[in-house]
Ligand binder design. Structure first.
Ligand code: AGP
Length: 610
Protein backbone atom coordinates (compact mmCIF):
# COMPACT_ATOMS: atom_id res chain seq x y z
CA UNK A 1 0.00 0.00 0.00
CA UNK A 2 1.16 3.56 -0.59
CA UNK A 3 1.79 5.91 2.33
CA UNK A 4 0.54 9.50 2.55
CA UNK A 5 1.68 12.24 4.96
CA UNK A 6 0.89 15.95 5.18
CA UNK A 7 1.70 18.86 7.46
CA UNK A 8 0.50 22.42 7.88
CA UNK A 9 1.74 24.52 10.76
CA UNK A 10 4.58 26.74 11.86
CA UNK A 11 7.47 24.31 11.74
CA UNK A 12 9.54 23.41 8.68
CA UNK A 13 7.39 20.76 6.99
CA UNK A 14 10.05 18.70 5.22
CA UNK A 15 11.62 16.95 8.24
CA UNK A 16 8.15 16.18 9.62
CA UNK A 17 7.09 14.67 6.28
CA UNK A 18 10.21 12.50 6.05
CA UNK A 19 9.83 11.33 9.64
CA UNK A 20 6.21 10.41 8.93
CA UNK A 21 7.12 8.50 5.77
CA UNK A 22 9.71 6.54 7.74
CA UNK A 23 6.97 5.45 10.12
CA UNK A 24 5.05 4.11 7.10
CA UNK A 25 7.98 2.18 5.58
CA UNK A 26 6.58 -1.08 6.96
CA UNK A 27 3.80 -0.79 4.36
CA UNK A 28 6.30 -1.55 1.64
CA UNK A 29 7.22 0.89 -1.14
CA UNK A 30 9.41 1.37 -4.19
CA UNK A 31 9.65 5.18 -4.43
CA UNK A 32 9.06 8.33 -2.37
CA UNK A 33 8.59 12.08 -2.67
CA UNK A 34 7.54 15.33 -1.02
CA UNK A 35 5.96 18.58 -2.18
CA UNK A 36 6.43 21.82 -0.18
CA UNK A 37 4.80 25.19 -0.50
CA UNK A 38 7.85 27.36 -0.57
CA UNK A 39 6.70 30.99 -0.55
CA UNK A 40 4.81 31.45 -3.79
CA UNK A 41 5.39 28.10 -5.49
CA UNK A 42 5.39 24.35 -4.83
CA UNK A 43 8.67 22.41 -4.79
CA UNK A 44 8.36 18.71 -5.74
CA UNK A 45 11.27 16.40 -4.92
CA UNK A 46 10.77 12.70 -5.58
CA UNK A 47 12.71 9.58 -6.54
CA UNK A 48 12.46 5.87 -7.20
CA UNK A 49 14.10 3.87 -4.43
CA UNK A 50 14.16 4.26 -0.68
CA UNK A 51 13.65 7.19 1.64
CA UNK A 52 17.42 7.31 1.96
CA UNK A 53 17.58 8.15 -1.76
CA UNK A 54 14.98 10.89 -1.27
CA UNK A 55 16.95 12.33 1.62
CA UNK A 56 20.05 12.39 -0.57
CA UNK A 57 18.11 14.43 -3.14
CA UNK A 58 16.72 16.74 -0.45
CA UNK A 59 20.16 17.43 1.01
CA UNK A 60 21.00 19.13 -2.23
CA UNK A 61 18.04 21.50 -2.13
CA UNK A 62 16.86 21.59 1.57
CA UNK A 63 13.39 22.90 0.61
CA UNK A 64 11.71 25.47 2.86
CA UNK A 65 8.04 25.64 3.65
CA UNK A 66 5.63 25.01 6.52
CA UNK A 67 3.01 23.25 4.41
CA UNK A 68 3.61 20.06 2.47
CA UNK A 69 2.57 16.55 1.49
CA UNK A 70 4.64 13.40 1.11
CA UNK A 71 4.25 9.89 -0.25
CA UNK A 72 5.76 6.41 -0.40
CA UNK A 73 4.59 4.54 -3.48
CA UNK A 74 3.70 0.84 -3.81
CA UNK A 75 3.45 0.64 -7.60
CA UNK A 76 0.19 -0.52 -9.12
CA UNK A 77 -0.23 1.34 -12.43
CA UNK A 78 3.16 2.26 -13.93
CA UNK A 79 6.49 0.72 -13.01
CA UNK A 80 8.64 2.17 -10.21
CA UNK A 81 10.46 5.24 -11.60
CA UNK A 82 11.20 8.87 -10.72
CA UNK A 83 8.49 10.19 -13.01
CA UNK A 84 5.87 7.73 -11.69
CA UNK A 85 6.65 8.62 -8.07
CA UNK A 86 4.32 10.87 -6.14
CA UNK A 87 3.57 13.76 -5.59
CA UNK A 88 2.05 14.38 -9.01
CA UNK A 89 1.26 17.82 -10.40
CA UNK A 90 -1.21 19.03 -13.00
CA UNK A 91 -0.15 20.82 -16.18
CA UNK A 92 1.81 23.16 -13.97
CA UNK A 93 2.60 22.78 -10.31
CA UNK A 94 -0.34 24.91 -9.15
CA UNK A 95 -2.07 21.67 -8.11
CA UNK A 96 -0.20 18.78 -6.50
CA UNK A 97 -1.59 15.47 -5.19
CA UNK A 98 -0.53 12.33 -3.36
CA UNK A 99 -2.80 9.29 -3.55
CA UNK A 100 -3.23 5.81 -2.13
CA UNK A 101 -5.63 3.52 -3.98
CA UNK A 102 -6.57 2.67 -7.57
CA UNK A 103 -8.35 4.94 -10.09
CA UNK A 104 -10.08 2.20 -12.07
CA UNK A 105 -11.33 4.51 -14.84
CA UNK A 106 -8.07 6.42 -15.20
CA UNK A 107 -7.59 5.63 -18.88
CA UNK A 108 -11.04 7.00 -19.73
CA UNK A 109 -10.40 10.10 -17.61
CA UNK A 110 -6.93 10.54 -19.11
CA UNK A 111 -8.44 10.53 -22.60
CA UNK A 112 -11.13 13.02 -21.57
CA UNK A 113 -8.56 15.36 -20.01
CA UNK A 114 -6.09 15.01 -22.88
CA UNK A 115 -8.86 16.01 -25.26
CA UNK A 116 -9.18 19.16 -23.14
CA UNK A 117 -5.53 20.00 -23.57
CA UNK A 118 -4.06 18.41 -20.45
CA UNK A 119 -0.57 17.00 -20.95
CA UNK A 120 0.52 13.98 -18.90
CA UNK A 121 4.07 12.94 -18.05
CA UNK A 122 3.66 9.71 -16.05
CA UNK A 123 2.19 6.24 -16.57
CA UNK A 124 0.25 6.42 -13.33
CA UNK A 125 -3.47 6.52 -12.58
CA UNK A 126 -2.80 9.11 -9.85
CA UNK A 127 -1.66 11.88 -12.18
CA UNK A 128 -5.21 11.98 -13.54
CA UNK A 129 -6.38 13.26 -10.14
CA UNK A 130 -4.10 16.32 -10.26
CA UNK A 131 -5.35 17.24 -13.73
CA UNK A 132 -8.98 16.67 -12.72
CA UNK A 133 -8.63 19.11 -9.81
CA UNK A 134 -6.99 21.64 -12.12
CA UNK A 135 -9.74 21.11 -14.67
CA UNK A 136 -12.49 21.90 -12.14
CA UNK A 137 -10.75 24.67 -10.22
CA UNK A 138 -12.68 27.93 -10.38
CA UNK A 139 -11.38 29.61 -7.26
CA UNK A 140 -12.51 27.02 -4.67
CA UNK A 141 -10.13 24.12 -4.02
CA UNK A 142 -12.67 22.21 -1.92
CA UNK A 143 -15.25 22.38 -4.72
CA UNK A 144 -12.65 21.43 -7.34
CA UNK A 145 -11.66 18.33 -5.33
CA UNK A 146 -15.30 17.39 -4.76
CA UNK A 147 -16.05 17.60 -8.48
CA UNK A 148 -12.84 15.76 -9.37
CA UNK A 149 -13.52 12.74 -7.16
CA UNK A 150 -17.14 12.59 -8.33
CA UNK A 151 -15.70 11.47 -11.67
CA UNK A 152 -13.46 8.80 -10.16
CA UNK A 153 -14.30 5.07 -9.93
CA UNK A 154 -12.09 3.15 -7.54
CA UNK A 155 -10.46 3.68 -4.19
CA UNK A 156 -8.56 6.71 -2.98
CA UNK A 157 -7.04 8.48 -0.06
CA UNK A 158 -5.81 11.74 -1.52
CA UNK A 159 -4.22 14.95 -0.25
CA UNK A 160 -4.21 18.00 -2.51
CA UNK A 161 -2.38 21.29 -2.15
CA UNK A 162 -2.29 24.34 -4.40
CA UNK A 163 -0.38 27.58 -4.42
CA UNK A 164 -3.67 29.24 -5.38
CA UNK A 165 -4.88 28.61 -1.78
CA UNK A 166 -1.78 28.65 0.37
CA UNK A 167 -3.55 28.16 3.69
CA UNK A 168 -4.98 24.66 3.33
CA UNK A 169 -4.54 21.05 2.34
CA UNK A 170 -7.68 19.30 1.09
CA UNK A 171 -8.00 15.58 1.76
CA UNK A 172 -10.54 13.02 0.62
CA UNK A 173 -11.05 9.37 1.47
CA UNK A 174 -12.82 6.43 -0.19
CA UNK A 175 -11.86 2.84 0.79
CA UNK A 176 -8.22 3.77 1.51
CA UNK A 177 -7.50 4.91 5.07
CA UNK A 178 -6.70 8.52 5.96
CA UNK A 179 -6.33 10.10 9.38
CA UNK A 180 -5.86 13.69 10.50
CA UNK A 181 -3.69 14.40 13.52
CA UNK A 182 -4.94 17.39 15.50
CA UNK A 183 -2.17 19.59 16.83
CA UNK A 184 -1.99 22.97 18.50
CA UNK A 185 -1.48 25.48 15.71
CA UNK A 186 -0.52 22.65 13.39
CA UNK A 187 -2.22 19.68 11.74
CA UNK A 188 -0.95 16.35 10.45
CA UNK A 189 -2.28 14.07 7.72
CA UNK A 190 -1.38 10.39 7.27
CA UNK A 191 -2.52 7.11 5.74
CA UNK A 192 -1.96 5.47 9.06
CA UNK A 193 -1.63 6.43 12.70
CA UNK A 194 2.09 5.51 13.18
CA UNK A 195 3.11 8.51 11.05
CA UNK A 196 1.64 11.07 13.45
CA UNK A 197 2.03 9.39 16.86
CA UNK A 198 5.15 11.42 17.71
CA UNK A 199 3.15 14.63 17.37
CA UNK A 200 -0.39 13.97 18.59
CA UNK A 201 -2.77 11.26 19.77
CA UNK A 202 -5.88 13.28 18.98
CA UNK A 203 -7.14 12.29 15.56
CA UNK A 204 -10.02 12.36 13.16
CA UNK A 205 -10.36 8.98 11.40
CA UNK A 206 -11.87 9.96 8.06
CA UNK A 207 -14.79 7.92 6.77
CA UNK A 208 -15.57 6.99 3.17
CA UNK A 209 -16.84 9.94 1.13
CA UNK A 210 -15.60 12.58 3.57
CA UNK A 211 -13.57 15.59 2.43
CA UNK A 212 -11.41 17.54 4.89
CA UNK A 213 -10.14 21.11 4.66
CA UNK A 214 -7.04 21.13 6.87
CA UNK A 215 -5.87 24.56 7.98
CA UNK A 216 -3.36 25.64 10.58
CA UNK A 217 -6.03 26.38 13.20
CA UNK A 218 -9.01 24.47 11.86
CA UNK A 219 -9.98 21.12 10.40
CA UNK A 220 -13.40 21.08 8.72
CA UNK A 221 -14.83 17.82 7.46
CA UNK A 222 -17.69 17.54 4.99
CA UNK A 223 -19.69 14.50 3.94
CA UNK A 224 -20.45 13.46 0.36
CA UNK A 225 -23.41 15.84 0.10
CA UNK A 226 -21.35 18.80 1.26
CA UNK A 227 -22.70 19.12 4.80
CA UNK A 228 -20.24 19.79 7.57
CA UNK A 229 -19.66 16.76 9.80
CA UNK A 230 -19.33 17.04 13.55
CA UNK A 231 -16.45 14.59 13.78
CA UNK A 232 -15.66 12.81 17.03
CA UNK A 233 -12.00 12.97 18.11
CA UNK A 234 -10.43 9.50 18.22
CA UNK A 235 -7.78 9.35 20.93
CA UNK A 236 -5.04 6.89 20.03
CA UNK A 237 -3.82 4.80 22.93
CA UNK A 238 -1.68 2.40 20.88
CA UNK A 239 2.08 2.38 21.12
CA UNK A 240 4.09 2.92 17.95
CA UNK A 241 4.61 -0.77 17.23
CA UNK A 242 0.97 -1.69 17.72
CA UNK A 243 -0.03 1.21 15.48
CA UNK A 244 2.02 -0.18 12.56
CA UNK A 245 -0.03 -3.34 12.87
CA UNK A 246 -3.29 -1.43 12.82
CA UNK A 247 -3.98 -2.51 16.36
CA UNK A 248 -3.33 -6.20 15.62
CA UNK A 249 -0.71 -7.95 17.74
CA UNK A 250 1.17 -9.26 14.69
CA UNK A 251 1.45 -8.49 11.00
CA UNK A 252 0.43 -12.08 10.26
CA UNK A 253 -2.91 -11.67 12.02
CA UNK A 254 -3.43 -8.26 10.37
CA UNK A 255 -2.76 -9.84 6.98
CA UNK A 256 -5.09 -12.79 7.67
CA UNK A 257 -7.81 -10.22 8.39
CA UNK A 258 -6.91 -8.27 5.25
CA UNK A 259 -7.87 -11.27 3.10
CA UNK A 260 -11.45 -10.19 2.32
CA UNK A 261 -10.38 -6.81 0.84
CA UNK A 262 -7.34 -8.45 -0.80
CA UNK A 263 -9.60 -10.96 -2.55
CA UNK A 264 -11.98 -8.16 -3.58
CA UNK A 265 -9.08 -6.09 -4.96
CA UNK A 266 -7.70 -9.06 -6.90
CA UNK A 267 -11.14 -9.73 -8.40
CA UNK A 268 -11.87 -6.03 -9.02
CA UNK A 269 -12.51 -5.12 -12.69
CA UNK A 270 -11.60 -8.67 -13.73
CA UNK A 271 -15.15 -10.10 -13.38
CA UNK A 272 -17.66 -8.81 -15.91
CA UNK A 273 -20.85 -9.67 -14.05
CA UNK A 274 -23.10 -8.34 -16.80
CA UNK A 275 -21.86 -10.90 -19.33
CA UNK A 276 -20.54 -13.32 -16.71
CA UNK A 277 -17.05 -13.28 -18.14
CA UNK A 278 -13.52 -12.98 -16.80
CA UNK A 279 -11.58 -10.09 -18.30
CA UNK A 280 -7.80 -10.13 -17.82
CA UNK A 281 -7.06 -6.85 -19.59
CA UNK A 282 -3.43 -6.93 -18.57
CA UNK A 283 -2.80 -10.27 -20.28
CA UNK A 284 -0.54 -10.09 -23.35
CA UNK A 285 -0.60 -13.74 -24.49
CA UNK A 286 -2.33 -14.37 -27.83
CA UNK A 287 -5.65 -16.20 -27.65
CA UNK A 288 -4.67 -18.59 -30.43
CA UNK A 289 -1.44 -19.48 -28.60
CA UNK A 290 -3.42 -20.16 -25.43
CA UNK A 291 -6.02 -22.27 -27.26
CA UNK A 292 -3.23 -24.45 -28.69
CA UNK A 293 -1.59 -25.19 -25.35
CA UNK A 294 -1.30 -28.87 -24.53
CA UNK A 295 0.54 -28.47 -21.22
CA UNK A 296 1.07 -25.89 -18.51
CA UNK A 297 3.93 -26.01 -16.03
CA UNK A 298 3.42 -24.21 -12.73
CA UNK A 299 6.75 -23.54 -11.00
CA UNK A 300 7.12 -21.98 -7.55
CA UNK A 301 8.41 -22.41 -4.00
CA UNK A 302 6.82 -22.90 -0.61
CA UNK A 303 3.37 -21.47 -0.20
CA UNK A 304 3.38 -20.26 -3.79
CA UNK A 305 3.98 -23.87 -4.82
CA UNK A 306 0.96 -24.88 -2.75
CA UNK A 307 -1.07 -22.29 -4.63
CA UNK A 308 0.16 -24.02 -7.77
CA UNK A 309 -1.18 -27.33 -6.50
CA UNK A 310 -4.63 -25.75 -6.29
CA UNK A 311 -3.98 -24.23 -9.71
CA UNK A 312 -3.40 -27.68 -11.15
CA UNK A 313 -6.79 -28.98 -10.01
CA UNK A 314 -8.57 -25.81 -11.04
CA UNK A 315 -6.97 -25.33 -14.46
CA UNK A 316 -7.23 -29.01 -15.43
CA UNK A 317 -10.86 -29.14 -14.29
CA UNK A 318 -11.79 -25.98 -16.18
CA UNK A 319 -9.66 -26.28 -19.34
CA UNK A 320 -8.72 -29.98 -19.67
CA UNK A 321 -5.12 -28.86 -20.27
CA UNK A 322 -2.65 -31.05 -18.34
CA UNK A 323 -0.84 -29.12 -15.62
CA UNK A 324 2.46 -30.12 -14.01
CA UNK A 325 3.32 -28.38 -10.72
CA UNK A 326 7.00 -28.25 -9.84
CA UNK A 327 9.20 -26.96 -7.06
CA UNK A 328 11.43 -24.36 -8.67
CA UNK A 329 14.50 -25.73 -6.90
CA UNK A 330 13.88 -29.13 -8.53
CA UNK A 331 12.63 -27.91 -11.90
CA UNK A 332 15.69 -25.78 -12.57
CA UNK A 333 18.05 -28.76 -12.39
CA UNK A 334 16.03 -31.56 -13.94
CA UNK A 335 16.39 -30.58 -17.59
CA UNK A 336 12.61 -30.28 -18.15
CA UNK A 337 11.07 -31.36 -21.43
CA UNK A 338 9.31 -28.31 -22.88
CA UNK A 339 7.61 -27.77 -26.24
CA UNK A 340 7.90 -23.96 -26.58
CA UNK A 341 4.99 -23.78 -29.02
CA UNK A 342 2.50 -25.72 -26.92
CA UNK A 343 3.73 -25.53 -23.35
CA UNK A 344 3.31 -22.47 -21.13
CA UNK A 345 5.35 -21.98 -17.95
CA UNK A 346 3.57 -20.17 -15.10
CA UNK A 347 5.58 -18.95 -12.14
CA UNK A 348 3.98 -17.88 -8.87
CA UNK A 349 5.89 -15.65 -6.49
CA UNK A 350 4.59 -13.19 -3.87
CA UNK A 351 7.86 -11.25 -3.71
CA UNK A 352 8.78 -11.78 -7.33
CA UNK A 353 12.37 -12.13 -6.16
CA UNK A 354 12.76 -15.81 -5.14
CA UNK A 355 16.06 -16.99 -6.57
CA UNK A 356 14.95 -20.52 -7.49
CA UNK A 357 11.79 -19.24 -9.15
CA UNK A 358 13.72 -16.64 -11.11
CA UNK A 359 16.21 -19.29 -12.21
CA UNK A 360 13.38 -21.56 -13.32
CA UNK A 361 11.95 -18.68 -15.29
CA UNK A 362 15.22 -17.93 -17.03
CA UNK A 363 15.71 -21.63 -17.85
CA UNK A 364 12.22 -21.79 -19.36
CA UNK A 365 12.70 -18.64 -21.41
CA UNK A 366 16.08 -19.94 -22.53
CA UNK A 367 14.25 -22.98 -23.91
CA UNK A 368 11.94 -20.71 -25.88
CA UNK A 369 8.88 -21.08 -23.66
CA UNK A 370 6.58 -18.20 -22.83
CA UNK A 371 6.34 -17.39 -19.12
CA UNK A 372 3.28 -16.07 -17.31
CA UNK A 373 3.98 -14.67 -13.84
CA UNK A 374 1.59 -14.39 -10.91
CA UNK A 375 3.12 -11.95 -8.45
CA UNK A 376 2.20 -9.44 -5.76
CA UNK A 377 4.91 -6.88 -6.43
CA UNK A 378 4.72 -4.49 -9.37
CA UNK A 379 8.15 -4.03 -10.89
CA UNK A 380 9.60 -7.16 -9.24
CA UNK A 381 12.21 -9.17 -11.12
CA UNK A 382 9.65 -11.84 -11.95
CA UNK A 383 7.26 -9.24 -13.36
CA UNK A 384 10.01 -7.74 -15.53
CA UNK A 385 11.24 -11.10 -16.89
CA UNK A 386 7.81 -12.55 -17.70
CA UNK A 387 6.05 -12.40 -21.06
CA UNK A 388 2.85 -11.54 -19.21
CA UNK A 389 1.83 -10.90 -15.61
CA UNK A 390 -1.31 -11.45 -13.55
CA UNK A 391 -0.90 -9.32 -10.44
CA UNK A 392 -2.38 -10.23 -7.11
CA UNK A 393 -3.53 -7.09 -5.31
CA UNK A 394 -2.93 -8.23 -1.73
CA UNK A 395 -0.86 -5.19 -0.82
CA UNK A 396 2.50 -5.54 0.93
CA UNK A 397 2.80 -8.75 2.91
CA UNK A 398 5.15 -8.23 5.86
CA UNK A 399 4.86 -11.44 7.89
CA UNK A 400 7.20 -14.20 6.76
CA UNK A 401 4.28 -16.63 6.73
CA UNK A 402 2.32 -15.91 3.59
CA UNK A 403 -1.45 -15.70 3.99
CA UNK A 404 -3.21 -12.96 2.00
CA UNK A 405 -0.76 -13.39 -0.87
CA UNK A 406 -1.52 -17.12 -0.99
CA UNK A 407 -5.27 -16.65 -1.04
CA UNK A 408 -5.02 -14.05 -3.81
CA UNK A 409 -2.73 -16.41 -5.75
CA UNK A 410 -5.62 -18.89 -5.61
CA UNK A 411 -7.93 -16.17 -6.93
CA UNK A 412 -5.48 -15.67 -9.81
CA UNK A 413 -5.61 -19.43 -10.52
CA UNK A 414 -9.42 -19.33 -10.76
CA UNK A 415 -9.36 -16.24 -12.99
CA UNK A 416 -6.73 -17.84 -15.22
CA UNK A 417 -8.65 -21.12 -15.46
CA UNK A 418 -11.86 -19.29 -16.32
CA UNK A 419 -10.07 -17.17 -18.93
CA UNK A 420 -8.72 -20.24 -20.74
CA UNK A 421 -12.04 -22.08 -20.35
CA UNK A 422 -13.81 -19.14 -22.02
CA UNK A 423 -11.38 -19.30 -24.92
CA UNK A 424 -11.65 -23.07 -25.31
CA UNK A 425 -15.35 -23.17 -24.37
CA UNK A 426 -14.65 -26.08 -22.02
CA UNK A 427 -17.15 -24.83 -19.43
CA UNK A 428 -20.86 -24.25 -19.97
CA UNK A 429 -22.27 -20.78 -19.38
CA UNK A 430 -24.04 -22.17 -16.32
CA UNK A 431 -20.79 -23.54 -14.92
CA UNK A 432 -18.98 -20.22 -15.47
CA UNK A 433 -21.88 -18.32 -13.90
CA UNK A 434 -21.88 -20.50 -10.81
CA UNK A 435 -18.12 -20.13 -10.32
CA UNK A 436 -18.20 -16.35 -10.80
CA UNK A 437 -21.14 -16.01 -8.43
CA UNK A 438 -19.26 -18.21 -5.99
CA UNK A 439 -16.13 -16.07 -6.25
CA UNK A 440 -18.13 -12.94 -5.51
CA UNK A 441 -19.41 -14.51 -2.27
CA UNK A 442 -15.93 -15.47 -1.07
CA UNK A 443 -14.85 -12.16 0.61
CA UNK A 444 -17.91 -12.06 2.88
CA UNK A 445 -17.62 -15.79 3.59
CA UNK A 446 -13.96 -15.39 4.56
CA UNK A 447 -15.06 -12.52 6.82
CA UNK A 448 -17.61 -14.86 8.42
CA UNK A 449 -14.87 -17.40 9.11
CA UNK A 450 -12.66 -14.72 10.66
CA UNK A 451 -15.50 -13.92 13.05
CA UNK A 452 -15.21 -17.52 14.30
CA UNK A 453 -11.52 -17.07 15.14
CA UNK A 454 -12.11 -17.78 18.86
CA UNK A 455 -13.26 -21.30 17.91
CA UNK A 456 -9.96 -21.87 16.11
CA UNK A 457 -8.14 -20.47 19.11
CA UNK A 458 -9.81 -23.17 21.23
CA UNK A 459 -8.64 -25.84 18.80
CA UNK A 460 -5.11 -24.42 19.01
CA UNK A 461 -5.39 -24.67 22.78
CA UNK A 462 -5.94 -28.43 22.34
CA UNK A 463 -3.09 -29.11 19.92
CA UNK A 464 -0.39 -26.50 20.54
CA UNK A 465 1.60 -28.66 22.95
CA UNK A 466 1.75 -31.60 20.54
CA UNK A 467 5.03 -32.23 18.75
CA UNK A 468 3.45 -33.98 15.75
CA UNK A 469 0.30 -33.09 13.87
CA UNK A 470 -1.08 -34.56 10.64
CA UNK A 471 -3.16 -32.91 7.96
CA UNK A 472 -5.15 -35.16 5.65
CA UNK A 473 -7.42 -34.64 2.68
CA UNK A 474 -8.11 -35.71 -0.86
CA UNK A 475 -7.96 -33.71 -4.10
CA UNK A 476 -8.30 -29.97 -3.45
CA UNK A 477 -8.62 -30.68 0.27
CA UNK A 478 -5.19 -32.38 0.18
CA UNK A 479 -3.65 -29.40 -1.58
CA UNK A 480 -5.03 -27.09 1.12
CA UNK A 481 -3.83 -29.49 3.81
CA UNK A 482 -0.31 -29.10 2.46
CA UNK A 483 -0.51 -25.32 2.88
CA UNK A 484 -1.99 -25.70 6.35
CA UNK A 485 0.86 -28.00 7.30
CA UNK A 486 3.51 -25.53 6.11
CA UNK A 487 1.85 -22.64 7.96
CA UNK A 488 1.87 -24.61 11.22
CA UNK A 489 5.45 -25.85 10.79
CA UNK A 490 7.03 -22.57 9.84
CA UNK A 491 5.71 -20.46 12.69
CA UNK A 492 4.91 -22.85 15.58
CA UNK A 493 7.75 -25.31 14.89
CA UNK A 494 5.34 -28.21 15.50
CA UNK A 495 6.33 -31.09 13.21
CA UNK A 496 3.34 -31.25 10.88
CA UNK A 497 2.90 -33.24 7.71
CA UNK A 498 0.13 -33.33 5.13
CA UNK A 499 -0.83 -36.68 3.68
CA UNK A 500 -3.16 -37.70 0.91
CA UNK A 501 -5.87 -39.36 2.99
CA UNK A 502 -5.85 -42.38 0.69
CA UNK A 503 -2.12 -42.86 1.32
CA UNK A 504 -2.39 -43.38 5.09
CA UNK A 505 -2.69 -47.13 4.84
CA UNK A 506 0.45 -47.26 2.68
CA UNK A 507 2.69 -46.39 5.61
CA UNK A 508 1.84 -43.19 7.44
CA UNK A 509 -0.87 -44.86 9.50
CA UNK A 510 1.98 -46.49 11.44
CA UNK A 511 2.70 -43.05 12.92
CA UNK A 512 -0.82 -42.56 14.22
CA UNK A 513 -1.15 -43.39 17.89
CA UNK A 514 -3.56 -42.47 20.67
CA UNK A 515 -4.34 -38.76 20.69
CA UNK A 516 -2.23 -38.00 17.60
CA UNK A 517 -3.88 -34.79 16.36
CA UNK A 518 -5.19 -35.05 12.80
CA UNK A 519 -6.67 -32.08 10.90
CA UNK A 520 -8.98 -33.54 8.28
CA UNK A 521 -10.01 -31.20 5.48
CA UNK A 522 -13.13 -32.78 4.00
CA UNK A 523 -15.24 -30.67 1.67
CA UNK A 524 -15.05 -32.30 -1.76
CA UNK A 525 -18.48 -33.80 -2.29
CA UNK A 526 -17.49 -36.42 -4.91
CA UNK A 527 -14.92 -38.06 -2.60
CA UNK A 528 -16.51 -37.28 0.77
CA UNK A 529 -17.19 -40.90 1.68
CA UNK A 530 -13.63 -41.86 0.74
CA UNK A 531 -12.09 -39.25 3.02
CA UNK A 532 -14.57 -40.15 5.75
CA UNK A 533 -13.36 -43.74 5.63
CA UNK A 534 -9.78 -42.48 6.10
CA UNK A 535 -10.93 -40.46 9.11
CA UNK A 536 -12.37 -43.67 10.51
CA UNK A 537 -9.00 -45.35 9.92
CA UNK A 538 -7.18 -42.85 12.14
CA UNK A 539 -10.01 -42.76 14.65
CA UNK A 540 -9.69 -46.53 14.95
CA UNK A 541 -6.15 -45.82 16.18
CA UNK A 542 -7.52 -43.31 18.72
CA UNK A 543 -6.26 -40.24 16.89
CA UNK A 544 -7.74 -36.86 17.91
CA UNK A 545 -9.48 -35.70 14.74
CA UNK A 546 -10.53 -32.16 13.95
CA UNK A 547 -12.53 -31.89 10.73
CA UNK A 548 -12.77 -28.78 8.58
CA UNK A 549 -15.94 -29.13 6.54
CA UNK A 550 -19.30 -27.58 5.61
CA UNK A 551 -22.52 -27.55 7.61
CA UNK A 552 -24.24 -29.99 5.25
CA UNK A 553 -21.77 -32.63 6.51
CA UNK A 554 -23.00 -32.23 10.08
CA UNK A 555 -23.30 -36.02 10.48
CA UNK A 556 -19.50 -36.10 10.68
CA UNK A 557 -19.77 -34.86 14.28
CA UNK A 558 -20.30 -38.44 15.44
CA UNK A 559 -17.09 -39.53 13.71
CA UNK A 560 -14.58 -36.90 14.91
CA UNK A 561 -13.57 -35.05 18.05
CA UNK A 562 -14.11 -31.48 16.81
CA UNK A 563 -15.52 -29.82 13.71
CA UNK A 564 -14.84 -26.38 12.28
CA UNK A 565 -17.50 -25.42 9.75
CA UNK A 566 -16.83 -23.14 6.80
CA UNK A 567 -19.63 -21.65 4.66
CA UNK A 568 -20.95 -23.58 1.63
CA UNK A 569 -19.72 -22.62 -1.81
CA UNK A 570 -18.89 -24.26 -5.13
CA UNK A 571 -16.82 -27.42 -4.64
CA UNK A 572 -13.96 -26.03 -6.71
CA UNK A 573 -13.81 -22.82 -4.66
CA UNK A 574 -13.62 -24.42 -1.23
CA UNK A 575 -9.81 -23.95 -0.82
CA UNK A 576 -10.44 -20.20 -0.58
CA UNK A 577 -12.41 -20.93 2.60
CA UNK A 578 -10.80 -23.99 4.18
CA UNK A 579 -7.32 -22.43 4.25
CA UNK A 580 -8.46 -19.64 6.59
CA UNK A 581 -9.01 -21.73 9.74
CA UNK A 582 -5.70 -23.48 9.03
CA UNK A 583 -3.92 -20.11 8.87
CA UNK A 584 -5.55 -19.07 12.16
CA UNK A 585 -4.64 -22.41 13.75
CA UNK A 586 -0.98 -21.90 12.89
CA UNK A 587 -1.11 -18.34 14.22
CA UNK A 588 -2.69 -19.21 17.57
CA UNK A 589 -0.55 -22.33 18.09
CA UNK A 590 2.60 -20.28 17.46
CA UNK A 591 1.37 -17.60 19.83
CA UNK A 592 0.66 -20.15 22.57
CA UNK A 593 4.12 -21.64 22.10
CA UNK A 594 5.71 -18.23 22.49
CA UNK A 595 7.14 -18.23 18.98
CA UNK A 596 8.07 -15.11 16.98
CA UNK A 597 5.01 -15.21 14.76
CA UNK A 598 6.07 -12.56 12.22
CA UNK A 599 9.73 -13.52 12.04
CA UNK A 600 10.07 -17.30 12.58
CA UNK A 601 13.55 -18.67 13.19
CA UNK A 602 15.79 -19.54 10.19
CA UNK A 603 13.34 -18.05 7.64
CA UNK A 604 13.28 -14.93 5.45
CA UNK A 605 10.31 -13.28 3.80
CA UNK A 606 11.94 -13.46 0.41
CA UNK A 607 14.55 -16.14 -0.37
CA UNK A 608 16.69 -14.26 -2.86
CA UNK A 609 19.57 -16.75 -2.65
CA UNK A 610 19.74 -20.46 -3.59
C1 AGP B 1 5.34 -19.06 2.97
O1 AGP B 1 4.63 -18.88 4.17
C2 AGP B 1 6.84 -18.96 3.14
N1 AGP B 1 7.20 -17.72 3.67
C3 AGP B 1 7.60 -19.36 1.90
O2 AGP B 1 7.30 -20.70 1.66
C4 AGP B 1 7.28 -18.57 0.61
O3 AGP B 1 5.99 -18.89 0.15
C5 AGP B 1 8.30 -18.98 -0.46
O4 AGP B 1 9.57 -18.59 -0.03
C6 AGP B 1 8.01 -18.36 -1.83
O5 AGP B 1 8.11 -16.95 -1.74
P1 AGP B 1 7.60 -16.08 -2.99
O6 AGP B 1 6.14 -16.35 -3.11
O7 AGP B 1 7.92 -14.67 -2.62
O8 AGP B 1 8.35 -16.54 -4.20
Amino acid sequence: MCGIVGYIGTQQACPILIEGLKKLEYRGYDSAGVALLNGGYIDIIKTVGRLYDLEQKLDGVSPEGSMGIGHTRWATHGRPSDVNSHPHKACDSDFVVVHNGIVENYLELKGWLTARGHVFCSETDTEVLAHLVENYYQGDLLEAVRKAVSKVEGSYAMAVMSDREKDKIVCVRKESPLVIGLGNGEQFIASDIPAILNHTRETYIMDDGEIAVVQIDDVSIYNGSGSKVNKQVFKVNWDQQAAEKGGFEHFMLKEIYEQPPAIKDTLKDRLNVLDYKVELKELSLENQYLKNLNKIFIVACGTAYHAGLIGKHVIEKMTRIPVEVELASEYRYRDPIIDPEKNLVMVISQSGETADTLAAMKLSKGMGAKVLAVTNVVGSSVSREADSVIYTWAGPEIAVASTKAYITQLVAMYLWGLHIAQLKETLSRDQVTKIIDGLRRIPSQVQAILEQAPKVENIAETVHQKEDLFFIGRGLDYAVAQEGSLKLKEISYIHAEAYAAGELKHGTLALVTEDTPVMAVITQKDIYEKTLSNIKEVKARDAYVIAVTVKSNQSIESEVDEVFYVPENENILMPLLTVVPLQLLAYYAALMRGCDVDKPRNLAKSVTVE
